[in-house]
Design a protein around this ligand. Structure first.
Ligand SMILES: [Ca+2]
Ligand SMILES: [Ca+2]
Length: 313
């Protein structure tokens, strides 16, 4: 063996090393490796939209030094559509600087300008807002109009330097899966300290984020269990039953084969919450193997149930 897939890693930083052992003990360790975790729009900070140099804020403040911007669409159980922007700053420790705006600007799928921000008042108290923005054609500062509050969950973390900005899609022109937010950029204007652009990540048509949509971020269903197969009433009838262990399935897929190892084909689809199926398409005096899996509305499939077999009469 010279490979292994670790399915238990769920985000965070992991270190791996490999040793060989036999009856006489364990060999020397391999060099330690750190895997690169693929970015997911459904989890954590999401995907990186832009990065910016460290140590380049005009006033030297870590609170005004953008490092990166991420976009994510963590699954919303109520079916609402939200985009979460995570703005990583170099250092958010200490009291927030007053009269400061940490603002993400972008063009929506409807070609209109929007923003979402964290801002502090003259006493340094934070609030989170969204609004519209008219871009100047020459990329100089345009006109921002505040519309209302950003969504619950918007916050900043002094420990990690992350500013989380949550905004419902309905507040940014209702973009759908596959739509693109473009010309994304960040500005941190600080009134009275630096008139504008304490840090500035340039607007660019190339900086964009394509939405995946809420449904495609939902978890895969849990696999059904305890599948049984038995002869039903009469001949050429197999009765299946299983235990529904998922709360987000759209349907169950029933598969059948005449070999336990493979060759399974889907023989039926039954609805959410259904835990039985009668197969009337079998030959007599034949051994069949069945397995069932759950599938959600975005096509995410569970693992398979156990395999159950029956010899027809
Ligand atoms: Ca920076
Ligand atoms: Ca269920």
């Amino acid at each position: 063996m010279n490979s292994y897939t670790d399915n238990t890693a769920e985000g965070g930083t992991f270190y791996y090393r490999v040793t060989a052992s036999n009856a006489n003990g364990e060999g020397a360790s391999s060099t330690r490796v750190t895997p690169t975790t693929p970015e997911s729009p459904c989890e954590g900070a999401g995907v990186t939209v832009l990065t910016d140099a460290s140590g380049d804020s005009l006033d030297g403040s870590g609170q005004h030094d953008v490092l990166s911007l991420h976009a994510a669409e963590p699954y919303q159980a109520d079916g609402s559509e939200k985009v979460v922007f995570t703005l990583k700053m170099r250092d958010m420790s200490g009291p927030l600087t007053p009269s400061t705006t940490w603002r993400v600007y972008f063009t929506g799928a409807d070609a209109k300008g929007y923003f979402v921000d964290m801002r502090t008042d003259s006493l340094g108290a934070a609030s989170f807002r969204h609004g519209t923005y008219i871009h100047n054609a020459d990329n100089t500062q345009g006109t921002a109009t505040t519309v209302g509050n950003a969504d619950a969950g918007s916050k900043y973390d002094a420990q990690t330097g992350a500013i989380t900005l949550v905004v419902s899609n309905s507040k940014i022109g209702s973009p759908k899966a596959g739509d693109k937010l473009s010309r994304i950029f960040v500005r941190i204007p600080v009134v009275a300290v630096v008139p504008d652009n304490a840090n500035y990540a340039s607007p660019s048509a190339a900086v964009a984020y394509t939405l995946v949509g809420n449904a495609s971020c939902q978890a895969k269903p849990a696999a059904p269990s305890s599948l049984t197969a038995a002869n039903g009433q009469g001949k050429g009838v197999v009765e299946l039953s299983w235990v529904d262990r998922s709360d987000n399935e759209e349907s169950f897929l029933v598969e059948r084969s005449t070999s336990v190892e493979g060759g399974y084909i889907q023989v039926s689809t039954v609805g959410a919450g259904v835990t039985a199926y009668t197969d009337r398409t079998v030959f007599r005096k034949t051994t069949y193997y069945y397995r069932v899996r759950a599938v959600n509305s975005s096509g995410g499939k569970s693992g398979y149930s156990n395999v159950a077999s029956v010899r027809t009469r």
